[in-house]
Design a protein around this ligand. Structure first.
Ligand SMILES: [Zn+2]
Length: 73
């Protein structure tokens, strides 16, 4: 598997691939805090988990990820 050199995270080539891993690995409750997002460094997809109370600094990326998921599923 590839890893991002900028973030050291595992990369996924498509948003649905990342979402499938989220669905497989996380129970429903924590799934709400997990998101796939496109990395600005490697331009592939990573999985991130955030507490709901965190500052949503990655919201634009997350919104894009949601839209892409809706479009492709
Ligand atoms: Zn990356």
């Amino acid at each position: 598997m590839n890893a991002c050199q900028a973030t050291q995270k595992r990369t996924y080539r498509t948003a649905p691939a990342a979402w499938r891993v989220i669905q497989r690995q996380h129970p429903i409750k924590s799934r709400q805090n997990s998101a796939a997002y496109r990395c600005p460094h490697c331009h592939q997809w990573h999985i991130t988990t955030h507490c709901r109370h965190d500052h949503p600094v990655d919201w634009p990326l997350r919104k894009l990820a949601w839209l892409e998921r809706e479009a492709r599923v």
